[in-house]
Design a protein around this ligand. Sequence first.
Ligand code: HMG
Ligand code: MG
Length: 304
Amino acid sequence: MSDQVRIIEVGPRDGLQNEKTPISVADRVAFIEALVAAGCPVVEVGSFVSPKAVPQMAGSDEVLRAVDHHPGREFHVLVPNEKGYDAAIAAGARVVAVFASASEGFSRANINCTIAESIERFRPVLARAKADGIKVRGYVSCVLGCPYDGDVKPAAVASVAKTLWEQGCYEISLGDTIGVGTPARARALLRTVATEVPAERLAMHFHDTYGQALANIYAGLEEGVRVIDSAAGGLGGCPYAPGATGNVATEDVVYMLEGMGLGTGIDMAGLLAATNTVSGLIGRPPVSRVAAALNAKAKATARA
Ligand code: HMG
Ligand code: MG
C-alpha cells in the first residue's frame, strides 16, 4: 500500500461556506495562497451555487481567477448544474466537483431535487467536462447518516457512488456530512462501496461533529483509502446539515499520518500559519487539537 496520502484541503470552501461573517475575496485568496505555500497539493476554493442559497461563496469566480494557477497546483470548485459549470469554466476551473446525496432528505434540502434528478443534472456536466478535458470529482453526502432521514444503508451509498463513477467522475468522495460515523461502520461502508468503485479512487470526507473523524480515517487507511478531505483548523459545516460541525482538521490528520510514517507533502508550520490567519478573520481559535497544542507550545516558548 502507498505510503503517500493525498490531502484535499477544503477549508476555503466547506470551511468558509458556513461562517456567519462573510470573508472577503482578497482574504479568501490570501488563505488559499497560504495553504498552497504550506504544500497543500489540492485546495477546494469555492462553489458555483446560488448566491441566495450560500452567500458566503459569492465571488468564487473572482477567487478562482485570482489564485496563482502554477503547474502542480490543483484548485477544485463545486458545481451543482450546467449553470455552475459554465461559470466555473469561464473563471478558469480545471477540476470541478458535482455533489449528490445518498439520502433523499438531504438531497432535497441541499440542492432542491431528488437523487435521481441530481444525477440527471450532472449528466450534461460530465459529458461537457469530458469533451472540454475537465476533471470531475463526485461527492456523495450523508454516507453514514442523514439529518433528515436518519440511518443510511451502505448499499444506498454504493449505488450513488457507482453511478457517479460510471458517468466519469475520476474520484468519489464519501461525506459523513453530520459526523455521526464510528470506525466499524466507516470500515463496513468503505468495503461495500469498494465493490463498485476501486478503493484507490475513494476519498474520505469526514466531518468531526462527534469527534470520530480521525478514528474513522484510521479505519479507512487500513482499507487502503489514500485520499482525505480535511479543513485547516477544523473549519466547516454545511448550511443544510443542521448541527453539523467542521471537517476533520488538516493539522490533526497530518500529525496522525506523520506518526504513521505516511507522507502528505504538507509543512505543519506553514499550515498552522494559514490556520491562525483565517482564525483571526473569523474571530475564533481553531478547533484543531494539534493547532491548539502547537499554538500553546509556541506561546510557552516565547514566554521562556
Ligand atoms: P433551485 O432553486 O432548484 O434551482 O436550486 P433553479 O434552477 O430553480 O434556480 C433558482 C435560482 O438559483 C435562480 O436564480 C437561478 O438562476 C439560480 P433566481 O432566478 O431565483 O435569481 N441558480 C444559480 N445561481 C448561481 N449558480 C448556479 C445556479 N443554479 C441556479 N449554479 C441549486 C438548485 C443547486 C442551485 C440550489 O439549491 C443551491 O445553490 N444550493 C446550494 C447547495 C450548496 O452549496 N450546499 C453546500 C455545499 S454541499 C456540502 O457542503 C456537502 C459536501 O461538503 C460533502 C459532505 O460534507 O457531505 C460537498
Ligand atoms: Mg462537507
